[in-house]
Design a binder for this molecule. Structure first.
Ligand SMILES: *[C@@H]1O[C@H](CO)[C@@H](O)[C@H](O)[C@H]1NC(C)=O
Ligand SMILES: *[C@@H]1O[C@H](CO)[C@@H](O)[C@H](O)[C@H]1NC(C)=O
Ligand SMILES: *[C@@H]1O[C@H](CO)[C@@H](O)[C@H](O)[C@H]1NC(C)=O
Ligand SMILES: *[C@@H]1O[C@H](CO)[C@@H](O)[C@H](O)[C@H]1NC(C)=O
Length: 340
């Protein structure tokens, strides 16, 4: 534990030494976020760093390959196209791509609920020095919709010139368990009297109840999800929508894909790549923000416990429902489900 922290500290120190170089690079390359990876530092990258870069490259390649294999790799042609195919990406009649954006810093992110979306928001609006320009009261929650933070369709057409576009993904089953735990915890067991059979009879009621922070058994939640239209049903919360539907990775060329399972490392890399390490350390040094990011690693066991209650056939059906996320983001059902 202590040793890990020490390693992390020295790594952070090293990264901060590169900050100046990074800032200079960032300022000069801001409008050229092609496939190039980290800023070219004076030092040759270590094997570990090369491995990390290969992993990031592989994440992008995988998405491209899966989208091509399913014949989904294409660009939206119009607002109507976005509305028709990816409602979550459209916002109001003005038609905006739902990427939260720190415009002056040219950073844009798609928010996947229950996939470190608060960390992503922090990275967008708290880490950069212009954080004072953004209202961080009630309005900074991912649910808020301040259209000035979105990307106009024209920017999409031109490939978001000058913007670094990223998203952070997570194992689909871990997202579901995380959402379930959140909602049930808030329910505080106050609604235990609600009859389970009612939920089973009408899956919409089950989902609506959980959405409203009422207690619902986990297996009833999963059964309700299985029959729901996860893309379009008004009873299906953002937390439960497949990430590929929310962020359209076959239609938007993301510069970077982070993973909750590796979020500490990935966020440090993001800061490095955008020349914001100093800022990040300044903010996270006296802020519990960084600690929240370790949740991913410790979640494996409790996710397994929840899924131990679910029948094999339901687990398989759920997998089928979220299969595209598994494929696109390189997750394995066996990581979080005990197969016996
Ligand atoms: C995190 O990144 C390291 C280095 O790239 C890799 O070895 C490790 O497997 C990753 N962990 C997860 C859970 O992706
Ligand atoms: C939306 O963001 C802009 C710029 O950050 C800010 O000026 C405006 O007050 C915000 N709107 C709301 C409703 O919070
Ligand atoms: C659940 O809601 C959807 C969408 O409103 C509706 O089409 C469906 O019939 C409902 N199912 C039940 C069992 O009420
Ligand atoms: C660090 O934060 C303090 C106060 O929050 C601020 O005054 C200072 O300018 C920041 N330093 C850097 C390098 O961002």
């Amino acid at each position: 534990m202590v040793r890990q922290k020490k390693q992390k500290c020295s790594k952070l120190l090293l990264l901060s030494c590169l900050a100046v170089i990074g800032v200079i690079w960032y300022r000069s390359k801001k409008s050229d976020y092609s496939l190039s990876m980290a800023p070219r530092a004076a030092l040759a990258p270590s094997n570990e760093e090369l491995e990390q870069l290969n992993e990031y490259r592989a994440r992008k390649e995988r998405i491209k390959e899966v989208c091509q294999r399913h014949n989904m790799y294409r660009r939206f042609s119009s607002y109507a196209d976005v509305f028709r195919n990816h409602n979550p990406l459209a916002q109001g009649r003005t038609g905006r791509i739902r990427l939260r954006t720190n415009h002056p810093y040219g950073i844009s992110a798609c928010l996947i609920h229950k996939a470190a979306s608060n960390t992503v928001i922090s990275f967008l609006f708290i880490i950069p020095p212009n954080r004072k320009d953004y209202y961080l009261g009630n309005n900074w929650h991912p649910l808020s919709s301040n259209t000035s933070l979105l990307q106009p369709f024209q920017n999409y057409i031109r490939g978001f010139p000058g913007y670094f576009v990223f998203m952070v993904v997570r194992h689909p089953f871990a997202r579901l368990v995380s959402s379930y735990r959140d909602r049930v915890t808030h329910a505080g067991g106050k609604n235990d009297d609600v009859k389970t059979e009612v939920f089973y009879q009408n899956p919409n009621i089950t989902l609506e109840a959980l959405a409203n922070y009422k207690w619902v058994p986990f297996d009833a939640f999963i059964k309700a999800l299985l029959v729901a239209d996860v893309k379009d049903s008004p009873y299906v919360e953002w937390d439960w929508k497949p990430a590929n539907y929310v962020c359209a990775p076959c239609n938007i060329d993301y510069d970077f894909i982070g993973k909750v399972e590796n979020i500490s490392q990935d966020i440090i890399y993001l800061a490095q790549r955008l020349g914001l390490e100093k800022e990040m350390m300044n903010v996270t040094g006296n802020n519990p923000w960084m600690h929240r990011t370790t949740e991913g690693d410790s979640s494996t066991n409790y996710v397994k416990q929840y899924f131990a209650q679910i029948s094999k056939s339901d687990i398989f059906a759920l997998y089928e429902k979220y299969k595209l996320d598994f494929e696109l983001f390189g997750y394995d059902i066996n990581d979080l489900v005990n197969q016996s």
